[in-house]
Design a protein around this ligand. Structure first.
Ligand code: HEC
Ligand code: HEC
Length: 158
């Protein structure tokens, strides 16, 4: 290999790895609603707060293990070391009084699959999994198909 082609090979590799690292950088920015703000930074212009739906009507789940979405407002429902407002209605001992649906058995299971007497610490922060909804047009296109729809199509094909 002469000196010139060795040099151009080196330039090619350098350009290639630069491209790869640029790609990795853009791939890290997955949070579309944050408009590219890095995860460890605060967005200087956050989107305005929305008014969550408060109709108290259960929504269908898209798949059996989906955490149901919250059909009521959760403003000022605090969760901290001393109190969990959600559990003041949804815990086993409070549902008779509140008429809220009880947290299901999975919320009592620890990571080894054993059932605890009270809610498992890994299910303490409800909003990690359960979210309120706003009535808006979807922000991103979604072509999710329910399994029933797929089964129907499959049956038709045979
Ligand atoms: C004042 C009582 C109360 C509090 C506090 C409360 N909820 Fe509820 N929740 C209800 C009731 C009642 C329902 C049944 C539907 C309705 O009336 O809104 C419900 C429904 C739900 C559902 C839907 C269940 C399903 O099967 O579709 C979820 C999820 C939920 N709540 C999560 C939460 C979370 C998370 C919090 C805390 C941020 C919370 N709730 C705080 C009373 C409460
Ligand atoms: C790690 C995720 C996660 C956390 C945290 C979590 N949940 Fe759930 N929740 C789920 C999933 C998944 C389901 C649906 C499957 C099931 O019923 O176990 C569910 C179901 C529910 C239901 C419906 C139960 C039923 O029988 O229909 C209620 C109500 C609920 N959760 C309330 C809560 C409350 C209140 C908290 C906080 C104390 C909480 N969840 C924390 C994942 C979570």
């Amino acid at each position: 290999m002469n000196k010139l082609s060795r040099l151009s090979l080196f330039a090619l590799i350098a350009a290639g790895s630069l491209l790869l690292s640029l790609q990795a950088h853009t791939e890290e920015q997955v949070a579309t609603l944050r408009k590219g703000t890095e995860l460890n930074k605060e967005n200087p212009k956050p989107a305005p707060l929305q008014n969550p739906s408060n109709k108290d009507i259960k929504r269908a789940r898209s798949y059996p293990m989906q955490p149901p979405t919250i059909p009521h407002k959760t403003d000022n429902y605090q969760t901290n070391l001393n109190a969990n407002k959600c559990l003041s209605c949804h815990s086993r001992s409070r549902v008779e009084e509140s008429q809220a649906p009880m947290i299901s058995v999975t919320h009592f299971m620890n990571r080894d699959g054993n059932f605890l007497a009270d809610v498992s610490p890994r299910r303490y922060f409800c909003k990690q999994c359960h979210v309120t909804q706003v009535e808006r047009k979807a922000l991103v296109k979604n072509d999710f198909k329910d399994v029933n729809e797929m089964l129907k199509k499959d049956r038709k094909a045979h």
